[in-house]
Ligand binder design. Structure first.
Ligand SMILES: NC(=O)c1ccc[n+]([C@@H]2O[C@H](COP(=O)([O-])OP(=O)(O)OC[C@H]3O[C@@H](n4cnc5c(N)ncnc54)[C@H](O)[C@@H]3O)[C@@H](O)[C@H]2O)c1
Length: 324
């Protein structure tokens, strides 16, 4: 299959591109490099441009069988202070991309959604049937796009998979690509930098939650596990599978203290950290029920927190050389 990967110069899209190629598929990447890096797309055809550039996208769609849509603005905190950016890029530009798709022969579409569409979950583990009640503009922008996909499936026969990722982490096993967000807001790279002394001491936002050790629990999923789910999803859809929304998580939550302990274990260093106040709107625990993805795609996460931290540490040590 030939797959257009939007946002393929970013963290998760670049990993998915590699897994697609390893599974025998052809990849074309479209990325405006707003937060992506051309080095992460090395070995692939990279078209630098915007998903809303209709002429450019029409030309690319004529060459492919499916779209994987990773391109988006993806910082929860930034979405609160600058919501216009999130609705413009994730909704308006996303709709322009979908217009182009509907005008083409392509009907297979895999979308990067997020567990942020659920907001504060009413039950754990989180199943796909929970109410979708996002609590920030980022989550709202992703939920809006999911609703558009649902309507276009009914009206236009679009076959989509909305993949709701939990916390993506770790790096591709090759050590050639990994997380490169600027600024970095994700716990695992920040924890590793604190341990290595290349970043500030880690801030732990609250240790008085109703969790076993008082710190927040999240479901960390290896980026290669996510990538493998994408390959299975695009193959499932192109074999005629029904439109579907799936959680992509491990089904197991890890607390911040557990992440700190494992970071110290794999790095062999003490991790300087300080407990500060809670952040507004941080739910105590978020973890997926991964049962539906296993049932529909025959997929489940294979890599644990130790593997995540080892690969993230290796990438952190190597990335200076790769990104020269
Ligand atoms: N990282 C996570 O934990 C996580 C969790 C849930 C969902 N997601 C979603 O996964 C996707 C990828 O996230 P990521 O962490 O790899 O982020 P990223 O910032 O590394 O990747 C996004 C890529 O999209 C590109 N892009 C953005 N807007 C574009 C546009 N208008 N036209 C063309 N290219 C554009 C950027 O340059 C970047 O390369 C996003 O849709 C994000 O919302 C990420």
């Amino acid at each position: 299959m030939r797959v257009l990967v939007t946002g393929g110069s970013g963290y998760i899209g670049s990993c998915a591109a590699r897994h697609l190629a390893a599974a025998g598929h052809e990849v074309v990447i479209l990325d405006n490099l707003s937060t992506g890096h051309k080095e992460l797309a090395q070995d692939f055809e990279l078209v630098v441009g915007n998903i809303a550039d209709r002429k450019l996208v029409d030309g690319l769609l004529a060459r492919v069988d499916a779209v994987m849509h990773f391109a988006a603005s993806a910082y929860v905190g930034e979405s609160v202070v600058n919501p216009r950016k999130y609705f413009a890029n994730n909704v308006e530009s996303g709709l322009a991309l979908l217009d182009a798709v509907l005008a083409s022969k392509v009907r297979t579409f895999v979308f990067s959604s997020t567990c942020a569409v659920y907001g504060v979950p009413r039950a754990l583990p989180m199943t796909e049937e929970l109410a979708r009640e996002p609590i920030n503009p980022y989550g709202a922008s992703k939920l809006f796009f999911e609703r558009v996909l649902e309507a276009y499936a009914v009206a236009h026969g679009l076959r989509y998979a909305a993949l709701r990722y939990f916390n993506a982490a770790g790096a591709h096993e090759s050590g050639e690509i990994g997380e490169m967000h600027e600024p970095e807001t994700h716990l695992i790279p920040l924890a590793i930098r604190a341990a290595l002394g290349t970043g500030p001491e880690l801030k732990v936002f609250g240790d008085d939650f109703e969790t076993p050790d008082g710190t927040c629990i999240r479901d960390y999923i290896h980026v290669s596990d996510l990538a493998e789910a994408h390959v299975k999803a695009v193959e499932y859809l192109s074999a005629g599978g029904d439109p579907v929304a799936l959680n992509l998580g491990t089904g197991k939550g890890s607390s911040i203290r557990e992440v700190i302990r494992w970071t110290e274990e794999v790095s062999g260093r003490k991790l300087p950290h300080e407990v500060v106040g809670r952040r507004a709107g941080d739910p105590p625990a978020l973890y997926a029920s991964a049962a539906k993805a296993e049932r529909v795609l025959g997929w489940k996460a294979r890599r644990d927190l130790e593997k995540i931290l080892k690969s993230a540490l290796e990438w952190e040590l190597k990335k200076g050389a790769v990104m020269r």
